[in-house]
Design a protein around this ligand. Structure first.
Ligand SMILES: Cc1cc2nc3c(=O)[nH]c(=O)nc-3n(C[C@H](O)[C@H](O)[C@H](O)COP(=O)(O)O)c2cc1C
Length: 392
């Protein structure tokens, strides 16, 4: 059985990010738009802000606290140092994902949605999802449910582990809707108010809500929901700009989210189809939102978050090559370190099984990938995985 120490892995991850930034600069940056002088000690744990501080022009990032002027904001008392936020993704946004997201620039991370019943009844599997290391903070623990009292009890139980408690009011999966949770709640504004009021009156940590623009095209009520959330004590709201009925396809209504942003004072985070540095900047500018949430676009390529961040905060209006696609050797390194983290958190057997899908995502589009894919689904150990990666 392979065993990896978290502290050592963090060192490896730092070097990986450092290499990415160095390659980024030598590959795609004309002149000296980005200054590159690493002062930080790569052996110790570094958060992306420190790497970026050494990477970006001095006036683009506060040298003392690494805030990005004009882009940082607060959710309650939690500092969100830049506008880039990695989305909650069930089955994907685990500790490893969140640490990588943080190190590649995400200012805030989310757990996947966790059942409030599971926490309330202290199911091992649900509680395991609430484990958070310091390397992925600030981290929002997201819970879902239909019963306001159970949701409140569950939130109180896990509050100590969270930086933020987030309530899922947007999931469109039939099983969740049937139970009256997730997206089902957008149809019941009175219940939304009850849940948020109940929670905000007892929680010490900031409370946020992640929702959609409404149930279907005839029932779009996000303006009401946002007002209710704000009035009942939520510290921010994230909005996937689709109806629950739309699921994950069809147009995203950024215009409506812009309207919401104009109507409430709490921070608004926009989600849906943000898939490139250019789009990230456009949607941020257009909606005026405080944050942009990135989900599917960074599955298997979390480095894209760094591309987005540099484009948004380092661009200073000049046009630069927005998207830097790292080379195959760097991706191989990325994938091996990713697997080591998975093993650290889940043990070799479980990690390797889960890693198969990550391999497909990471090497999507690489030459010879269709042949390699069948290999990926045969790997059973760290050694197999390394062989398979080396053969790409
Ligand atoms: C596989 C998958 C799992 C998801 N899991 C969650 C979840 O646990 N909680 C949540 O609030 N949203 C979840 N979402 C929604 C995303 O957070 C995001 O709002 C949505 O995918 C739109 O953004 P995107 O186009 O950037 O992916 C999930 C989406 C996908 C595709």
């Amino acid at each position: 059985m392979e065993v990896f120490e978290l502290a050592n892995l963090i060192g490896e991850l730092n070097r990986l990010v450092f290499k990415f930034l160095a390659d980024y600069k030598s590959h795609s940056l004309p002149g000296d738009i980005l200054k590159f002088k690493i002062k930080s000690d790569l052996k110790t744990s570094l958060f992306p802000e420190m790497l970026l501080r050494d990477f970006l022009p001095k006036n683009n990032i506060n040298q003392d606290n690494c805030d990005v002027p004009g882009y940082s904001f607060k959710i309650g008392n939690v500092d969100v140092k830049n506008p880039l936020i990695s989305a909650p993704l069930a089955g994907i946004s685990d500790n490893t994902y969140r640490i990588f997201a943080r190190f590649f620039g995400s200012a805030l991370t989310y757990t996947e949605m966790i059942t409030s019943y599971g926490i309330y009844y202290r199911h091992k599997k649900s509680l395991a999802l609430t484990d958070v290391t310091d390397y992925e903070r600030p981290c929002a623990l997201q819970i879902f449910g239909s019963n306001p009292e159970i949701i409140t009890e569950a939130a109180l139980q896990i509050e100590g582990r969270a930086d933020i408690i987030d309530i899922n009011m947007g999931c469109p999966v039939p099983k969740i809707l049937k139970a009256g949770s997730g997206g089902y709640l957008v149809q019941d504004e009175a219940k939304i108010e009850k849940i948020i009021t109940g929670l905000s009156s007892v929680l010490k940590k900031p409370l946020t809500v992640k929702t959609r623009i409404g149930w279907d095209s005839n029932n779009i009520n996000i303006l009401n929901i946002a007002k209710i959330a704000e009035g009942s004590g939520a510290s921010a709201i994230s909005i996937h700009g689709r109806t629950v009925r739309q699921g994950f396809s069809g147009d995203v209504d950024y215009k409506l989210i812009k309207k919401v942003k104009e109507k409430v004072k709490i921070p608004v985070i926009v989600s849906g189809d943000i898939d490139s540095p250019l789009k990230a900047k456009e949607i941020l500018d257009y909606t005026g939102c405080d944050g942009i949430m990135i989900g599917r676009a960074v599955k298997g390529r979390l480095w894209l978050m760094m591309d987005m961040l540099i484009f948004i905060i380092g661009n200073s209006g000049k046009v630069i090559d927005a998207e830097f696609n790292p080379g195959i050797d760097w991706k191989k390194e990325f994938s091996k370190i990713y697997l080591k983290f998975l093993i650290n958190f889940k043990g070799e057997n479980k990690a390797v099984m889960e890693f198969r899908k990550h391999l497909c995502w990471i090497f999507k589009g690489a030459r010879g990938i269709s042949r390699a894919k069948s290999e990926f689904f045969k790997i059973e150990s760290f050694k197999d995985a390394v062989n398979s990666i080396d053969n790409i």
